[in-house]
Design a protein around this ligand. Structure first.
Ligand SMILES: NC(=O)c1ccc[n+]([C@@H]2O[C@H](COP(=O)([O-])OP(=O)(O)OC[C@H]3O[C@@H](n4cnc5c(N)ncnc54)[C@H](OP(=O)(O)O)[C@@H]3O)[C@@H](O)[C@H]2O)c1
Length: 293
């Protein structure tokens, strides 16, 4: 039976790996912080002490790591998995990274006799838990086909966007919109409240309207409670906008609004909000606009 491996057991990876395990696939996991693997190990997942030790045991390896640099270190660093995978094995990178990076990883994988897909996901903590993610995939059709049984138990839909890098390209586009939608909504709330409009009225009138993104209005409970436990950490959305900006530079495309927005998220990062949910951008803007005396 095909042996699966999963590296990166954060908010998303832990839930995706849990769904693979629940579906009965044999799976071995690795995470920098071993404690996060505890529940999976208790439920029957194997554990490897390093990415390389994991790679020796698997046919299909998923990675769900924070940034391109971290993916690269897991692949090529000390105890990296790339050299340890058996020829013909398939590496599926679900981390949100830039398309150029995905293409470079695919070329390195191919050179090592491996197959690769970039397969980032849309959908956050709850969709990951409920197997309702949307996979955005780049790579060869045969490899996408080979992964369908695994995608199926983690997602509601798979979009094969094109060759290597196309999944990451589509994900860049998704998160450009996400970053802008969230901050636009937060700014609208701040203006409305400064005009004396009740926050409850603002939410009630904007939710379901044509002008507010559903993702932003879905953050109502967090904003009302002032509790921003992360579904999607703000620091990774900032990273995604940074990667969109880099990609636009490579493409010689101008993204004036994205570049301003990414800097505002960076300011929020600098205020220590990076590990909170993306909706904490409201708290940042709210605090930056104290009532006038
Ligand atoms: N959360 C979402 O809604 C969402 C949705 C779609 C896509 N994504 C993307 O999915 C990826 C994972 O996001 P997440 O929300 O699961 O984030 P997370 O909870 O912060 O998990 C990040 C993962 O990366 C590992 N990591 C971080 N820094 C590392 C380092 N220096 N060395 C080794 N490993 C390191 C973490 O290991 P430790 O456990 O040891 O820290 C963890 O496994 C990101 O690319 C993110 O942009 C997230």
């Amino acid at each position: 039976m095909t042996q699966l491996g999963f590296i990166g057991l954060g908010i998303m990876g832990s839930r995706m790996a849990a769904n693979l395990l629940k579906a009965g696939f044999p799976i071995t996991v690795y995470n920098r912080t071993p404690a996060k693997a505890r529940a999976l190990r208790d439920a029957g997942a194997g554990w490897a002490d390093t990415p390389a030790a994991l790679a020796e045991q698997v046919d299909v390896l998923f990675t769900m790591l924070a940034t391109p640099n971290i993916v690269e270190a897991a692949a090529f660093g000390e105890h990296g998995f790339l050299k340890a995978l058996r020829p013909g094995s398939l590496w599926v990178d679900s981390s949100t990274v830039n398309p150029t990076f995905s293409k470079r990883m695919a070329a390195a994988a191919n050179q090592a006799g491996l197959r690769m897909l970039d397969a980032p996901v849309a959908g956050s903590k709850i969709p990951a838990e409920n197997a309702q993610l949307l996979f955005l995939v780049g790579g060869d059709a045969a490899d996408v086909e080979a992964c369908q049984p695994y995608f199926k138990v983690m997602s509601r839909q798979v979009i094969h966007a094109g060759g290597h890098g196309a999944g990451s390209a589509l994900k860049m586009v998704f998160n450009l919109l996400l970053g802008q939608s969230m901050i636009a909504f937060a700014e609208a709330l701040v203006l409305g409240e400064s005009l004396g409009l009740d926050r409850d009225l603002l939410f009630t009138s904007l939710t379901g309207s044509a002008v507010a993104a559903p993702i932003a209005t879905s953050k109502r409970p967090k904003i009302e409670a002032g509790q921003y436990e992360a579904d999607f950490p703000l620091q990774w959305l900032q990273k995604d906008l940074e990667l969109a900006s880099l990609t636009a530079y490579e493409q010689r495309v101008a993204l004036p609004v994205t570049n301003v927005v990414k800097e505002i998220y960076q300011l929020a990062n600098r205020r220590g909000l990076g590990t909170l949910d993306i909706s904490a951008i409201y708290a940042y803007l709210h605090e930056a606009n104290p009532p006038e005396h």
